[in-house]
Design a protein around this ligand. Structure first.
Ligand SMILES: Nc1ncnc2c1ncn2[C@@H]1O[C@H](COP(=O)(O)OP(=O)(O)OP(=O)(O)O)[C@@H](O)[C@H]1O
Length: 242
């Protein structure tokens, strides 16, 4: 089921930031082929918070990976700000991913033996480390997310909620316009889940496109979510762009 919320006065600011056109991903699993995402066309606007829901194995994580250029499609197109990322050379795709897209994926959790501030600056290491502005930005993000006092704590000593907020800060350190999150409220208690949803809504209000794969009704049914899109067997259950 796709659900749309109308926000009066927001139309002028809205424009397509992310788009897939008939995108398909087929995994080769030994001799077997598995169709994880099947001809999905979806448009995600700037300034929108989207929940992607569906049963386990329906293709949510794969679609997130396709949207972020981390997974190469078998066919179809993926566009960021109107530019196809499918045919970009690897170097350009990596650069685009670094600058425009933030990921918070379950398997990319914080490094337990590093401090929170080291974790947050980690995405900047491949390009020569943080500049003074980037350090200042990381500090102000940690403050904004209520983590300033934990900056020097090892990630292994943080609570689940602090780790999740820390992972979101890390994804924001380059100030991307697109944020993709896999199960951002899983394993959080009610108070922490509510806080994460409020933070995502605030980041949406700054004009970002935010897509969350989620099983969690505390997120998918929250009134601050603009669209809840359901997947089943690799397909969108209802038209996504209405
Ligand atoms: N690397 C892979 N190789 C082979 N099959 C894969 C691979 N990754 C995912 N799949 C299969 O593709 C299908 C979709 O997986 P995906 O992880 O996208 O689903 P999901 O909706 O995110 O599930 P969950 O909610 O459990 O995370 C599943 O059947 C899965 O087993």
């Amino acid at each position: 089921m796709a659900r749309e919320r109308h926000r009066p006065g927001r139309e002028a600011a809205v424009s397509a930031l992310l788009e897939t056109v008939d995108v398909t991903k087929r995994y080769l699993d030994g001799e077997r082929r598995h169709l994880a995402v099947d001809r999905v066309s979806i448009t995600i606007d700037a300034g929108s918070l989207v929940a992607l829901r569906g049963p386990s194995g329906s293709g949510k994580t794969t679609l997130l990976g396709l949207l972020g250029g981390m997974i190469a499609p078998t066919s179809g197109d993926v566009r960021v700000e109107g530019e196809s990322i499918v045919h970009l050379r690897d170097r350009h795709r990596t650069e685009l991913r670094r600058t425009k897209i933030g990921f918070v994926f379950q398997e990319l959790a914080l490094v337990p033996d590093m401090t929170l501030d080291e974790n947050v600056l980690l995405p900047l290491v491949p390009t020569g480390g943080a500049t003074r502005d980037e350090r200042a930005r990381a500090t102000s993000l940690l403050e904004r997310f209520g983590l300033a006092s934990k900056a020097k704590a090892r990630a292994s000593k943080l609570s689940g909620g602090e780790r999740q907020r820390g992972a979101i800060v890390r994804a924001l350190v380059r100030d991307p316009r697109v944020l993709l999150l896999d199960e951002p409220t899983a394993h959080l208690d009610a108070a922490n889940a509510t806080e994460v949803v409020a933070l995502l809504a605030a980041l949406r209000d700054e004009g970002r496109a935010i897509v969350c794969a989620t099983h969690d009704p505390r997120l998918a049914d929250d009134p601050r979510v603009d669209r809840a899109i359901a997947m089943a067997d690799g397909r969108l259950v209802t038209p996504p762009n209405g």
